[in-house]
Design a protein around this ligand. Sequence first.
Ligand code: MG
Length: 361
Amino acid sequence: DVRRVLLLELVNSDGTRAWSECVAESLPSYSPDTVDSCWLAISEWLAPRLAGATFTTPRDVNGALSLGIRGHRMARAALEMGVWALDAERRGLSLAALLFTESATSRAGGAMPRALVDTGVAIGIQGSANELADRARAAVAEGYRRIRIKIEPGRDVEPARDVREAVGDAVPVVVDANASYSLDDTTHVLALESLDTLGLWMIEQPLGSEDLVRHAELQRRMRTRLCLDESITSDARAEEMLRLGSARGVNLKAGRVGGFTEALAIHDRCTRAGTALWCGGMLETGIGRAYNVALASLPGFTEPGDLSPSARYWARDITEPEWTMSATGQVQVPLERAGIGVAVREDAIDDLTTRRLVIGS
Ligand code: MG
């Protein structure tokens, strides 16, 4: 019900402005990065590297932020992605169009970024089986094109089967284990084997985030495609995943990999390899969502993204317009507007702000 959010406003020397969002959460449960660790990293080590500096392209920012700094990817991404938006704004391009021109495989394809992006929904672990099935059915009725449910040991095979039956064979169902299974535990292995019989679209991140080798072992035994989320923290990790055969899909979150430069590299690598790719979400506000929509408009994203409309998460979003989804489960990419494509309600941000820091002059 409550989300602490770290927002940045970047200002270029010509007066161009862009808002960006750090996707870190309050606690280090999904990623080692948190709102507070990112605040520290941005204010102490990262933002001072950009303040007053000159860059030729946003790609150079990635190098400047990663030189001599390990980790802190979500903090780096918040700045780096903001610079991409700043550059798009400055050049009068939509962020989606800018990313498209910077993606090697997109350019080679010769097409344009998508104007409409397919949307899936993520449903958390529910109290009862009926509740879960009802929510899944309601999501399909709303138009969502893919259902993803969270699972954990002991609450996996039955919920997955219930949802599979509730929504019918035409709707892809993905289960996301958030790294909660181990091949050393027999009950876990039995559960994974049962999940493999359900005709699931993908099984996401069953094993630990460091476990590329064991994921490869598991993928060899499974018919169902595995998909990695937490494990893929960089393009180098994506390369290792492909070489080892650890999975056949990637849930790409630009914040997790340090920003758009790495995300574009992973997009291009997965496209060349024919690997399933989709854009995940971190319960962002409308600002972070704008970056996800732009990324998901690239042609290499083969699966519906976690791009739920603003109203799913927020009483009122901080962007104008709010993000909406069509009755057929698609989000429109604002290709006609420069930058992130939505206006930011700065008065609303002021009202919600508890802490503020200005870096640079
Ligand atoms: Mg996940």
